[in-house]
Design a binder for this molecule. Structure first.
Ligand SMILES: Cc1ncc(COP(=O)(O)O)c(C=O)c1O
Length: 389
């Protein structure tokens, strides 16, 4: 059966793309919006980049803030979650006796960021071992809070995990952090456009999300949310015009709109902000195409697919269904993850990540609008043929 969404995306139609999770993919109308912003800025770079840009960014922040339910003054755009979180993590004043509590399911680059900061400050990065299969929220919460003690200064946790593709119960974790006066940072890279995101309801101290993954925005579109009370302690990663400036760097706005947070982080030297400016068009696209329903359908396909692939590989699911969205990770036996991905690509035109995690190997597939059960049947066909596994 023809999938009507497939031709909407710019992906190479000859490929079987089962890795939306890594970098997302952009539908044509959104990509067109990117190009039209680039053209508009190029017509008069000084007018648009020195003056109008802050109004354009404000409009994008406004639309995004409605989508994720927060105030537009509390979010700033960043190219990716790593940059957003490096900004926050490098601003924390950690001491040798402090602990950062996390899980063993976090994104590798951010584990490295924490290791870097711990090396500098002497603080300790404590990984709570969330064992698989993950059966219930209660199991998760009990295991996680076992790691809290008097030294715990920061909780850092993914809302949807990278290697294992699991939706963690962060609402409960944010509540526990608050009760214990612990600073709470949520890595929601995979969340916007994937599951409902309501920042006011979660009420974390810090939240980051990528718009270029499941919202299908152009690459390099992410945001940092910071709770009002803690915004002023976050140093800019790059010192630029907004530093040490007691008026808005937006010369067209009045002093009443001054925000140190926006001044510090919105302008970090010349860059192409076009991808950020597509956000109103991105959200319009998602609304017009009933993306909520599309996403629900993808989740159903994913659940069915995960059952089929697990069965084929003779594996048990790594979690119960309540933790699953549009990604599934399946245990697989494999000697070399790079080699296996190469075989999938070269012999089957299939893009699928194979991830080394906790002494095991995981095959992770993502289901987006352009995927169908046919792709999973092709995956099982490839798995049957590949001798390497
Ligand atoms: C859980 C998680 N956090 C953060 C990121 C951000 O990645 P990057 O900043 O390298 O784009 C990713 C990317 O896949 C991720 O899966």
């Amino acid at each position: 059966m023809n999938n009507p969404y497939k031709s909407l995306f710019l992906l190479d139609q000859k490929l079987i793309h089962l890795n939306h999770g890594s970098f997302g993919a952009c539908p044509r109308p959104i990509f067109d919006s990117l190009i039209s912003w680039q053209k508009k800025l190029e017509l008069n770079p000084v007018k648009h980049l020195a003056f109008d840009i802050f109004k354009y960014l404000e409009n994008s922040r406004y639309e995004l803030s409605k989508y994720i339910n927060c105030n537009k003054e509390d979010i700033v755009f960043f190219p990716n979650p790593s940059t957003a979180l490096n900004t926050v993590i490098k601003s924390l004043e950690l001491k040798p006796e402090d602990e950062i509590l996390t899980t063993n399911h976090e994104y590798g680059a951010l584990d490295k960021t924490w290791n870097f900061i711990c090396k500098k400050t002497g603080a300790k990065y404590i990984k709570q071992n969330i064992k698989l299969p993950l059966k219930s929220k209660k199991d998760f919460i009990n295991t996680f809070i076992n790691g809290i003690n008097k030294k715990t200064k920061v909780i850092f946790i993914s809302h949807i995990t990278s290697p294992t593709g699991l939706i963690f119960p962060v609402k409960e974790i944010c509540e526990i952090a608050k009760e214990n006066n612990i600073f709470c940072i949520i890595d929601g890279a995979h969340v916007p456009g994937h599951i409902n995101l309501d920042i006011k309801e979660l009420d974390p101290d810090i939240y980051t999300g990528a718009c270029h993954k499941w919202m299908c925005a152009p690459k390099g579109t992410s945001f940092l949310y910071a709770k009002k009370e803690i915004q002023d302690f976050i140093d800019p990663l790059v010192i630029s015009w907004g530093y040490d400036n007691d008026k808005p760097i937006d010369l067209l706005s009045d002093i009443s709109s001054y925000s140190k947070y926006l001044n510090y982080h919105q302008w970090q030297g010349t860059n192409d902000p076009s991808s950020y400016l597509t956000i109103p068009d991105v959200i319009k696209f998602l609304d017009e195409n009933n993306w909520y329903k599309v996403s629900e359908k993808c989740k159903k396909i994913n659940i069915e697919a995960r059952e089929m692939v697990n069965k084929h590989l003779n594996q048990d699911p790594i979690s119960s269904e309540e933790f699953i969205g549009q990604m599934s990770s399946i245990k697989i036996k494999c000697k070399d993850t790079f080699e296996l991905q190469k075989i999938f690509y070269e012999n089957y035109k299939m893009i699928i990540p194979v991830i080394e995690w906790e002494n095991s190997t995981l095959l992770r597939f993502s289901i987006q609008a352009y995927n169908s059960m046919e792709d999973i049947e092709k995956l099982i066909f490839a798995l049957k043929k590949i001798k390497y596994i």
